[in-house]
Design a protein around this ligand. Structure first.
Ligand code: MLT
Length: 238
């Protein structure tokens, strides 16, 4: 599951790196990539939409991978249908809720999305979602991320912000997990930093933790080779 507010194009470099034998689905969350928006703006509703896609594809159990918002949605899936989860790849995400300051900032971003659209949200987010190294050295990645955000509808962005702002704490949900799991985090991630990843690792027995140097919050886009190595070694062992 993709991050906010990106869409499934963010996985382009991961798809060829999936080991043979795995079938990969990258469902866009409601409202993204031209998919219809839904009325409910909650992580559980987004998780239900993903489960509906799996039902339509005839998939009962799967390894679920998600980055940031994608991780929050996976917690929604774990809350509703833990038996369908065969393994977890949790990248640059966290189980905790937003702080009061973060919630206030979300409310401002909702207003910004509605008044000025996706381009204003891209300008606001890029300094924090990309690591310092990427912003200094990889203008191609910065441009690609900007284009991915700008391609999403403003109301989809507002809905995603609402769902993130009110998401429940998921620490208990993760503590009940017994399937294989790996946690991945960019070393320069300031939104969901290493401490969040370490806390998730401690919650799941046997979970591995991979840190990606010179990557921020969008570790898969910023350092795809290193991210892919972590993803494919986990999938090969699962
Ligand atoms: C994301 O990358 O999905 C969002 O930035 C996560 C967040 O803002 O909490």
């Amino acid at each position: 599951m993709h991050a906010f507010p990106m869409g499934t194009a963010m996985w382009a470099e991961q798809l060829p790196a999936v080991p043979p034998g795995w079938r990969v689905l990258t469902p866009p969350l409601p409202g993204f990539d031209g998919r219809p928006l839904i009325a409910a703006r909650t992580m559980d509703a987004y998780g239900r939409a993903v489960l509906d896609t799996l039902d339509a594809e005839g998939v009962d159990r799967a390894v679920f991978g998600g980055l940031s918002l994608g991780g929050y949605v996976i917690f929604g899936i774990l809350r509703q249908a833990p038996a369908r989860v065969a393994g977890l790849i949790l990248a640059d995400t966290r189980t905790s809720t937003d702080t009061p300051d973060r919630r206030a900032a979300r409310a401002q971003s909702i207003a910004l999305a509605r008044s000025q659209g996706a381009a204003a949200i891209a300008a606001e987010m890029i300094p924090s979602i990309l690591g310092a190294t990427t912003r200094a050295e990889r203008p191609d990645v910065v441009a690609r991320v900007r284009a991915m955000i700008e391609s999403q509808p403003a109301e989809t962005i507002a809905a995603g912000l609402e769902a993130m702002k009110d998401r429940p704490d998921s620490a208990d949900v993760l503590r009940r997990v017994t399937v294989p799991a790996t946690i991945i985090v960019g070393e320069e991630d300031t939104i969901t930093p290493l401490a969040d990843a370490e806390s998730m690792q401690r919650s799941v027995p046997g979970a591995t933790l991979v840190t990606i140097p010179k990557a921020g919050h969008m570790a898969n886009l910023e350092m795809p080779r290193q991210f892919n190595a972590a993803m494919s070694s986990f999938l090969s062992a699962t």
